[in-house]
Design a protein around this ligand. Structure first.
Ligand code: SF4
Length: 281
């Protein structure tokens, strides 16, 4: 079992404004899900969240925007935020998650203090048209290649429980491995009634096996992170994910759903004799 667990906190710095049609995503304006929607979170609020993430033991702090990709306005906002956080909360490792991005945009982010970029493939190339029709899988893959080229650390993963087959899962994991990510966030679909997708039908045992499959198929990744859907998917068996290769979790709230209080996660790690990572390679 891994001894150190990397905690990451995510901050939705703009929410629910995306025009794309990803069928698992309540941030798309198309599905009218009952979520908070705003253009730019005030900087003071982001700073407050960053400080409480640090105080709770998080090492990663991810600045997420809901949109297909970066435009000039978003890029400027993320960079400004990163500059302030780098100065005020230097203990945090800043991650940006802003959709498709060019090499040039990624280099600008890097200059502002961003250390890593998260962009998920979401699912297999073959299954992808069933969950998104407004932008292609290839754009996602290209962005990940741009991240590697920029020298930022690549974080890329996907989501299980969308109705994909096991063959699709294996294909996605092969694609992820081909990108040599440092960290692989895996999410478990959390159903929202506004979305047309059927609820995730995975059992806990199947989900644990997928955590292990991810670990086995991406052996060089430093971290396998169980991200969105953890509480809903694993319930009282959340502590078992660490026996199946996970060594990172998202703590606190997710983008549009509420996570459990961080102290419960810290208690869980302590009872398992797992330490919270305090540095990263
Ligand atoms: S592009 Fe991103 S924010 Fe937009 S609908 Fe798809 S997953 Fe959601």
């Amino acid at each position: 079992m891994n001894k150190e667990i990397f905690l990451c906190s995510i901050c939705n710095i703009n929410s629910g404004t995306c025009l794309e049609d990803c069928k698992f995503c309540s941030q798309s304006v198309r599905y009218k899900a009952d979520i908070d929607r705003y253009q730019q979170k005030p900087l003071e609020e982001i700073l407050k969240e960053a400080k409480s993430a640090r105080d709770a033991g998080a090492l990663g702090f991810c600045l997420v925007t809901a949109d297909k990709g970066l435009n000039d306005k978003t890029l400027e906002f993320v960079c400004k935020t990163a500059e302030v956080l780098t100065k005020e909360v230097p203990e945090l490792r800043l991650i940006a998650c802003n959709g498709t991005a060019t090499l040039e945009q990624l280099l600008i982010l890097k200059k502002s203090g961003i250390k890593a970029y998260n962009h998920n493939l979401e699912t297999s190339e073959k299954f992808y048209p069933h969950i998104c029709t407004t932008h292609p899988w290839s754009e996602r893959y290209e962005t990940c290649k741009n991240v590697n080229e920029s020298g930022l650390v690549l974080i890329t993963g996907g989501i299980f429980g969308l109705g994909e087959t096991q063959e699709d899962r294996i294909s996605m994991l092969e694609s992820l491995n081909s990108l040599k990510p440092s960290s692989v966030p895996i999410n478990f679909y959390h159903h929202n009634e506004a979305l047309e997708l059927k609820p995730n039908s995975l059992t806990v045992d199947e989900a644990l096996a997928l955590v292990q499959l991810t670990r086995d198929m991406i052996p060089d990744a430093e971290r396998i992170m169980v991200a969105g859907g953890r509480e809903l998917m694993f319930g009282s068996r959340q502590d078992e994910i660490f026996n199946y290769g996970a060594n990172s979790i998202v703590v606190g709230n997710y983008l549009t759903t509420t996570g459990r209080v961080v102290s419960k996660d810290l208690d869980m790690l302590q009872s398992l004799h797992l330490e919270v990572a305090t540095s990263v390679k």
